[in-house]
Design a protein around this ligand. Structure first.
Ligand code: SF4
Length: 321
């Protein structure tokens, strides 16, 4: 399988009143062709900061302290805006939470999708229109010729999100990052968009990262999962294995707090405390230390190394030597 994205030791900090604090700490992962990976974490886990940095759209306050991020073998950390504008849609694209804010209200939706092609490919107008209509159909839209000429406000939230997904896919990127793409939609439309992602994953050759705080949803859609907590990827592996045999105390607690996963007769679990505000975090040690029932002295000072159980990786001092 071709490696599409290699993230190594990525650390992103922000200045706070207590000094620079890591919102993302030393994360590493690879994505290969056809990978579909769920990135799960509560708010404040660093999942959005990590993916925005990989996409080159991090906030101007973000400080990339370490790491490398290679897309198709090319280092993208530190690319200028001009370099990114040529590079982004063909190599990596994103679907945001709010379709209404991702679309320009003054431009017809078909033209907005076509614009992406215009920037990145030297196709004729007819060819561009043909590709746009085809991509709209792949995204489950009907009557696409008519739809092409509509403005965003003339479409429902679900149709707007399908247009945003079409914009992301039209240049055929190698990596697609979907940042909680169903959050702003009602339950019925959410289910339709999830089905659309399942369809896309069958025909799409690239890799998909699907960000969510919802493990239930990730189980239905993604083959692999990475669990993030306070800036660290603490556990990763095949979704089935991570859910049926969680290793990290945080993942275990997370599962016990979800009705679908708690054991029969067991009360719903409440993880004590909360994710610390960035300014109160330590850059060292295990970030789950204050909330963990198994914490040891070493956990406060030293972040645990990867422990690999048949490809299922965890970072916790309960495992290994
Ligand atoms: Fe708990 Fe220590 Fe494991 Fe962190 S490293 S999850 S504090 S046992």
């Amino acid at each position: 399988m071709k490696k599409l994205l290699e993230v190594k030791d990525l650390t992103v900090a922000f200045p706070t009143e207590n000094g620079e604090k890591n919102a993302v700490s030393h994360i590493s992962f690879d994505l290969n062709e056809k990978d579909f990976v769920g990135l799960v974490g509560e708010s404040g886990s660093g999942k959005t900061v990590a993916t925005q940095t990989i996409l080159g759209i991090e906030s101007s306050e973000a400080l990339v302290k370490s790491g490398s991020c290679k897309l198709n073998g090319i280092e993208v950390l530190g690319l200028s805006d001009k370099e990114w504008s040529k590079y982004r849609a063909r190599n990596i694209a994103t679907v945001f939470q709010e379709p209404a804010s991702a679309l320009n209200p003054l431009i017809k939706v078909g033209k907005q999708i076509e614009e992406v092609l215009k920037i990145h490919y030297d196709f004729s107008r007819e060819k561009r229109e043909e590709i746009v209509l085809e991509t709209m159909r792949k995204c489950g839209l009907k009557d696409v010729e008519k739809l092409y000429k509509k403005y965003p406000h003339e479409l429902s939230g679900g149709m707007q999100q399908r247009i945003v997904i079409a914009m992301s896919l039209v240049a055929n990127p190698n990596v697609l990052i979907a940042d909680e793409p169903t959050t702003a939609l009602d339950a019925k439309v959410q289910a339709q968009i999830i089905d659309l992602f399942k369809d896309i994953s069958r025909i799409y050759k690239g890799a998909i990262v699907f960000i969510s705080h919802d493990l239930n949803l990730i189980e239905t859609i993604s083959k692999k999962v990475m669990i993030m907590y306070a800036g660290r990827i603490v556990e990763r592996g095949f979704t089935k294995e991570v859910i049926s045999d969680p290793l990290h105390p945080y993942t275990k607690a997370l599962l016990k707090a979800v009705p679908n996963y708690k054991k029969r007769g067991e009360a719903l679990y409440n993880i004590r405390g909360h994710v610390k505000a960035l300014k109160n975090r330590s850059n060292d040690g295990c970030p789950f230390y204050d909330r963990c029932d198994y914490a040891m002295d070493i956990c406060k000072k030293v972040y645990p190394k990867d422990y690999n159980k048949d490809g299922h990786l965890v970072n916790c001092h309960l495992y290994g030597e």
